[in-house]
Design a protein around this ligand. Structure first.
Ligand code: KG4
Ligand code: ZN
Length: 348
């Protein structure tokens, strides 16, 4: 079996990656961290939406049902044979333990049978690495705004591809807030994209909180805003007052997007870094993207956005992260790889 060091020196490295941390079963084959050769994402959204959210046990069972055929489809799409795969990568955390176990077990079996190295990848690093696929010229150092269903953070990525956590949420992740408010507005899971659509027809005229106490400090907070929006809706219902769902959606979206974008820009100014990268599912939000575009243009910062398909969970981003970790002499995991429900954002 080749060592990570030997692979790191190889001109072309094809990594097969597996992602199964939540409700997407995905397998990808990516060359040199940037070129997708095959990529399949099987979503379980239709299964979970009648429950209003992901049911962990149901999700892990469906990963078991899907993973073999997803891997086969990916291989077929790539037109490669298994003996052309140089390494296997897999998300080991953060995520739902049962779901992660399906992916890591499959990955271990595959790596063992192919006699290739196995790399464990942090889901968070994966989201950031989606940008290396969408923008192959991108090189760290940069500031990253990480906005997903489980995490919200401003991170600095240095030239060794290491993360330094700058600010995070003190309570809910922003995607979680999107999903909760969408649910109260009667929108189906996952609510983020549906809330965005609803907001497009609305006027952001409602001020739910006078001042977000955390937005002016180091960190962010979304729980107070979430409660204020829910109270606004419930109070109006109790008083039998008419409410405008589109205005609520637009006002909520603005109240989330502006502090996020401001925090990211603030860090670009503090650090002097001229590149800003967006990562995670909420990164698909057009209002966030447009606000960032405007702010970046004004402050002469280059903005990098991943393709919409690579914003939410996928295996290509895991393969990309594995490649760059390996090139940096890290990611030294083996068949003893263990899963974990949470991972540190900060590398040190
Ligand atoms: O990164 P991701 O796929 O999963 C995690 O790692 O958490 O993010 C999923 C989150 C969900 O909360 C979903 O509602 C949100 O991203 N999301 C959006 C949009 N697309 C996905 N939120 C707002 N606007 C969108 N267009
Ligand atoms: Zn994710």
């Amino acid at each position: 079996m080749k060592t990570f060091e030997e692979l790191g020196k190889q001109k072309k490295v094809k990594i097969l990656a597996i992602e199964s941390s939540c409700d997407e079963t995905s397998v990808a084959i990516v060359e040199n961290g940037t070129k997708i050769l095959g990529h399949i994402i099987a979503s379980q959204i239709d299964i979970h939406k009648r429950f209003g959210g992901v049911v962990p046990e149901v999700a892990s069972r469906n990963h078991i049902n899907a993973i073999y055929s997803v891997a086969q489809q990916c291989l077929k799409e790539s037109k490669l044979r298994l003996n052309q795969i140089d390494a296997v990568a897999v998300t080991y955390g953060a995520g739902l333990i049962g779901c992660l176990l399906v992916g890591t077990s499959f990955a271990k079996g595959l790596a063992l049978s192919l006699n290739v190295p196995l790399l464990g990848v942090s889901h968070i690093k994966g989201h950031i690495s989606a940008n290396f696929i969408s923008n192959p010229s991108l090189k760290p150092p940069f500031v990253c705004l990480l906005v997903s269903g489980g995490h919200t953070a401003v991170v600095e990525v240095n030239d060794k591809y290491k993360n330094k956590l700058i600010s995070t949420t003190v309570d809910d992740a922003c995607g979680e807030a999107f999903d909760k408010i969408a649910r109260v507005l009667g929108l189906e899971y996952p609510g983020g994209p549906k809330l965005e659509r609803l907001a497009q027809g609305g006027n952001p005229c409602i001020e739910f909180v006078k001042k977000n106490a955390f937005a002016s400090g180091k960190n962010l907070s979304f729980s107070g805003l979430k409660t204020a929006v829910i109270n606004y809706i419930h109070t109006a219902i109790q008083r039998k007052e008419k409410i405008n769902n589109a205005d609520i959606a637009a006002s909520f979206e603005k109240a989330v997007v502006v502090p996020l974008a401001s925090k990211a820009l603030e860090q670009c100014k503090i650090s002097g870094l001229k590149q800003l990268v967006v990562a995670g599912g909420v990164g698909a939000n057009k209002h966030l993207q447009n606000t960032l575009k405007e702010m970046c243009e004004k402050h002469n910062i280059q903005l990098f956005l991943p393709d919409i398909k690579l914003c939410t969970d996928n295996a290509a981003m895991i393969a990309s992260s594995a490649y760059f970790e390996m090139k940096q002499g890290r990611g030294k995991t083996n068949l003893g790889l263990v899963t974990t429900s949470s991972v540190e954002i900060d590398d040190d």
